[in-house]
Ligand binder design. Structure first.
Ligand code: PLP
Length: 375
């Protein structure tokens, strides 16, 4: 099976694409001001690190659509239903102005119930949600202890935040606790924040969350768990690996909607006071147009499907098993990364594990379900 959309953007044949290519672009004298930028691009190219955009083509080997929901009939019909009910496509403004819609609030209530948190706040992207968390919540005297492999969005948030930060060796809980002690001994007065992922996006491995919670408890810290690659896939009913610790007031989770849920956006889940503070202080929330109410409605359907239709997870698990048995996850992942990420972005450890196997299995499904016969 070829991925739908092959050779064309939906509803936009190739000819139409060329029609919207820019014409008559005049080179002004000022373009010399871009010399430095051109130089950097050339340097990237020389180092084989230049990225470019391509049309969708061929078999899907690079999306994170683990459950195959993004192009599913179920989500198409949820979108059609929402349109029929009159749900608007655009929010029209920030949620603090006119952009707040009942669909946002219904989705947040359902997400909070699903992930066992007191409250949820929905952002237009998981990236934005992470930036909001780390630029807003840690205060001036606080310290963020982050795993060395946390996502770029966490780094972006920390960069804009008030607290200082320390990088901790990957999945090394002992090193984390040692650093926490040292920080306090050296006069650290504020609150420690610990930033980890439940399934690491590049290596696919997981930390021991129970140990991390115990450390957080001992040191009065807040543990922020990014579940981007676990949402819909791992834990009871796809509720993530932090589901076992739901409802704790020193745990905040991030769940993304653009991967297994097949839509877009991200939730910050935790105590209500955290939601209230983000609404009042998080610049990415305050100064941005609210996410599409239509996508919020479809995401609600995606959450329900992910929770109540275990067969999609079982299918993924059988494909992961197939990939393992056939020994294709490792090499396949390497190939995938060669396409999806520039070489410097590739990690050296645990090829073919966790998210990598998940990824490979997703591609197998798209490539025509080789595991369908008795896998
Ligand atoms: C671990 C992790 N966190 C956050 C994000 C950002 O989520 P989104 O794609 O919804 O912006 C990603 C996406 O690549 C991710 O892998």
């Amino acid at each position: 099976m070829i991925t739908p959309g092959f050779g064309k953007v939906a509803g936009c044949p190739k000819r139409a694409l060329s029609a919207i290519e820019p014409r008559n672009v005049k080179r002004s004298e000022q373009s010399v001001a871009y010399d430095g930028i051109q130089l950097q691009l050339r340097e990237l190219k020389d180092r084989d690190r230049l990225r470019s955009l391509r049309e969708r083509a061929g078999v899907d080997f690079t999306s994170n659509d683990y459950l195959g929901l993004a192009e599913s009939e179920e989500l198409r019909s949820a979108a059609a239903d929402a349109v029929t009910r009159g749900v608007p496509v655009g929010a029209g403004g920030s949620r603090l102005l006119r952009g707040n819609h009942a669909e946002h609030e219904a989705l947040e209530a359902e997400a909070a119930a699903c992930f066992g948190a007191e409250a949820a706040l929905y952002f237009g992207a998981g990236y934005t949600a992470n930036v909001a968390i780390f630029s807003t919540l840690p205060q001036r005297d606080d310290m963020v202890f982050h795993d060395e492999l946390v996502h770029a969005s966490v780094h972006e948030g920390m960069r804009h935040g008030r607290a200082e930060r320390q990088s901790i060796p990957h999945n090394d809980t002992e090193a984390l606790e040692t650093r926490l002690r040292q920080w306090r001994k050296a006069g650290g007065r504020g609150r420690p924040w610990i930033a980890v992922e439940s399934v690491y996006s590049m290596d696919g491995d997981s930390p021991n969350l129970a140990d991390l919670i115990a450390v957080a408890d001992r040191h009065d810290a807040t543990l922020v768990i990014d579940e981007a690659h676990a949402t819909g896939v791992k834990g009871p009913d796809g509720r993530g690996l932090a589901a076992a610790f739901e409802g704790r007031d020193n745990v905040i989770t991030l769940h993304t909607c653009g991967k297994a849920l097949g839509t877009s956006g991200g939730f910050v889940l935790g105590p209500k006071v955290i939601r209230d503070f983000l609404i009042n202080r998080a610049r990415p929330f305050i100064f941005a147009t609210a996410p599409s109410p239509l996508i919020a409605a479809v995401t609600r359907a995606a959450l329900r499907i992910a929770r109540t239709r275990p067969e999609r997870r079982e299918r993924l698990a059988s494909l992961v098993a197939y990939a393992d048995r056939e020994g294709i996850a490792g090499p396949l992942r390497t190939d995938l990364l060669a396409v999806a990420y520039p070489p410097h972005h590739r990690r050296r450890r645990s090829q073919g594990r966790g998210a990598g196997r998940q990824l490979a299995a997703t591609r197998l499904r798209c490539a025509g379900d080789p595991a369908a016969d008795g896998a």
